[in-house]
Design a binder for this molecule. Structure first.
Ligand code: C2E
Ligand code: MG
Ligand code: MG
Length: 674
């Protein structure tokens, strides 16, 4: 606080009063000595004395007035000091000047922001629309004007909703939430433009009006890329049929529909006998042509509504919905199977070679043999297994006696529970490498199960079994506990164990007290949640998106990092994913594998990386197996990678060795990173 005194003004008043006193005295002396002659000079001195007195009074008054003005101004500029009456003024002139300078600065900065606002808006690549508080358009910046085809003030006073496609208007809100949302704008020519936009409120105190600023980015290219990504993830590039994942998805939908309409479904599982011989004898190119021909014959001979897929190398699948009388299904299915056998095994001539093959088909029906996708495919597969035993082309229907596999599965399930109870499960860590430095950024925890009579059982085999019951919740918690214990242990040797990722399954997310249980585990092991990352697949997130958003935001607040696993293989749109507090996208291995398999491979990866970066997400590529892939990913500015190129997933001790070896430089000394 300023400590001011009135001394200078007192001094001024004293000087003036002294001047008056001297003038009066001088006037008296002049009058007495000069008689008549001294009258005029004495009068002049009296006037001077009177003026000096008046000046002293004014000076005194002004000092008081200044005090009031300065206090008022200071209250205005620094309201936090208002009411502070202890202010005394050392130099009112200086205080006023000081205060005015400060006001000026404030005013200048307010003017500057209005000016800067104009400048900045003009220079932005994003389209910016200013509206009043009711959404009436005030002006468009240059980018908005170009994108929408209107002049800067061409839509003045029109509601901003006129720019939104009719079917998206209900979802459009002007708010201060600042989270990007997607919608469709319509330009002057009536063409739709997909955009990602944010809105923020303009404060009347800072600007000359209250309103909103809508900042929109044209995401047309991103949308096209997204469609391409989804297409590549679902379609077998060779035959252009649905791949296994997509086939399962379509079959699932068909089953849901059939349940509603009380229809039946016949599923055919086809396998070409001794396909390997074709590859070995005539080469892979001939093998590919053969598979393409099978695919096109299948498509031609089946009804349009049939679902057709290529499940693996020489395995195809067909699902046909039957709305006729239940009794006639079998006869119809038999005739279809015969038709397929005849058509698909017709002679093929490839590169001048005549190729004869035989085919086996396994058939299972919904709801008779199975009531869900997994079991229906499995039953058809069991029937195929039987058909393959018959020499030549043949088909077989599933029957209950084929349930040996089912029994095996149940056995495996109970063994898994037992192994879990006996603490026989293991965790292996797969390092995640920072592609800029080659250092180990962390690892993914992958559960392992070894059976004495069977060897290593793959998670892809036993995790779905565990997911059928609540065992997955118990295994999930066990993994988290184990990981926390390992982190504690590593922290005794190194302060940089990296961030450890744990896979989360749908059932865990659905647990009523999930967050509480997680917190308990962290505090039990004294682990800071920011040491951990959760990997969640798109389908898990989207299963109950509202619930997931709530949970994930809570987890995020705890300090956990979240990443989308197997990105690209799901069915959600990026805009839907944007609502989650996700910091990393994991590009699915299938994309990394296809990187050099077809001409779009690299383009797609590059698009995913750019897209993720534009949404402030990091990108990690999984399943990196070759130096070629790694170099390309580095060039495409992928942030991290994991995969067999850096070795098999390892136990906790080996991971610690990796962390501490080479001064924690991980793979930095590898010439791939030099
Ligand atoms: P994911 O989360 O996508 O894990 C990556 C899988 O890719 C792992 O398979 C890993 O071993 C494998 N992998 C890593 N690098 C390469 C590579 O360069 N080439 C190839 N071909 N494969 C590579 P894994 O360990 O068999 O796990 C399979 C899936 O099982 C995981 O897929 C994950 O979804 C699930 N899983 C594993 N552990 C757990 C767990 O503790 N809890 C839950 N809920 N799921 C888990
Ligand atoms: Mg994972
Ligand atoms: Mg994955």
């Amino acid at each position: 606080m300023n400590t001011l005194s009135l001394a200078p003004h007192r001094r001024l008043i004293i000087v003036l009063l002294t001047t008056a006193a001297i003038s009066l005295a001088a006037a008296g002396v002049t009058f007495v000595r000069g008689g008549e002659a001294g009258l005029i000079p004495a009068a002049i001195m009296l006037v001077a004395a009177a003026l000096a007195i008046i000046a002293a009074v004014v000076a005194h008054r002004q000092a008081a007035a200044w005090l009031v003005i300065v206090t008022r101004l200071r209250d205005l500029v620094e309201p936090e000091a208002a009411g502070d009456n202890a202010v005394t003024i050392r130099d009112p002139g200086a205080a006023v000047e000081d205060t005015l300078t400060r006001i000026g600065r404030r005013l200048n900065s307010a003017e500057a922001s209005a000016y800067q606002l104009d400048l900045v808006l003009g220079a932005l690549n994003d389209a910016v629309i200013l509206t009043d508080i009711d959404g009436g358009i005030i002006r468009l910046n240059e980018s908005a004007s170009q994108m929408l085809g209107y002049a800067h003030d061409g839509l003045f006073a029109q509601p901003i909703r006129v720019l939104i496609a009719a079917e998206h208007r209900d979802g459009f809100r002007l708010s201060d939430e600042k989270r990007p949302v997607e919608t469709i704008f319509v330009n002057r020519q009536g063409n739709p433009i997909p955009v990602s936009y944010t809105t923020s409120r303009l404060d009347a105190d800072l600007f000359s009006f209250a309103g909103f600023i809508v900042s929109a980015r044209n995401i047309s290219e991103r949308k096209v890329t997204e469609q391409r990504i989804r297409y590549l993830a679902r379609i077998d590039p060779l035959t252009k049929l649905s791949n296994r994942m997509q086939f399962r998805h379509l079959l699932q939908r068909a089953i849901a529909r059939a349940k509603r309409k009380k229809h039946q479904i016949a599923m055919f599982y086809l396998d070409i006998d001794r396909f390997k011989d074709i590859n070995d004898t005539f080469g892979h190119v001939a093998g590919d042509i053969y598979l393409e021909t099978i695919a096109s014959r299948l498509t031609k001979l089946l009804p349009e509504k049939a679902v057709i897929g290529r499940l693996a190398g020489d395995e195809f699948a067909v699902a046909v919905e039957w709305d006729g009388p239940p009794k006639s299904l079998m006869a119809c299915v038999q005739s279809m199977a015969r038709h397929m056998l005849t058509e698909l095994t017709r002679l093929m001539v490839i590169h001048g070679h005549e190729i004869h093959t035989t085919l086996s088909i396994g058939i299972a029906c919904f709801p008779k043999d199975a009531d869900n996708v997994i079991d229906l495919i499995r039953s058809a597969d069991a029937a195929l297994y039987r058909a393959k035993k018959t020499p030549g082309s043949s088909f077989e229907f599933f029957d209950a006696a084929m349930n040996a596999e089912e029994v095996d599965r149940l056995m495996l399930k109970s063994k898994l529970r037992r192994s879990y109870q006996l603490d026989e499960l293991l965790i292996h860590y797969q390092p995640k490498i920072d592609l800029r430095t080659g250092t180990v950024a962390g690892a993914e925890a992958l559960v392992r199960w070894e059976l004495s009579d069977r060897g290593l059982v793959l998670p892809s085999e036993f995790i779905p079994l565990a997911e059928e019951t609540n065992l997955i919740i118990e295994i999930g918690e066990w993994v988290l506990n184990r990981v926390c214990m390992d982190i504690r242990h590593w922290q005794e040797t190194t302060d940089m164990p990296g961030r450890i990722a744990v896979n989360l399954s749908l059932k865990q997310l659905g647990q009523a007290n999930f967050i509480r249980r997680m917190q308990d585990i962290f505090s039990h092991h004294h682990i800071d949640p920011s040491r951990l990352e959760l990997e969640i697949t798109e389908s898990t997130l989207m299963h109950d998106a509202k619930h997931s958003i709530k949970l994930l935001r809570q987890l995020h607040e705890l300090g956990l990092t979240l990443s989308i696993d197997d990105f690209g293989t799901g069915y959600s749109s990026l805009s839907a994913l944007q609502q989650f507090p996700i910091s990393t996208l994991k590009i699915d291995q299938s994309f990394v594998r296809q990187m050099y398999a077809n001409k779009d491979g690299t383009k797609i990866i590059s698009a995913i990386i750019d897209m993720a970066h534009s949404m402030d997400m990091d990108v990690i590529a999984e399943g990196v197996e070759s130096e070629l892939q790694l170099r390309r990913l580095k060039a495409l500015r992928c942030d991290h990678a994991q995969g067999l190129l850096f070795g098999e997933p390892m136990d906790a001790d080996s991971y610690l060795t990796l962390l501490t070896a080479d001064h924690s430089n991980g793979y930095a000394s590898n010439n791939l990173f030099s």
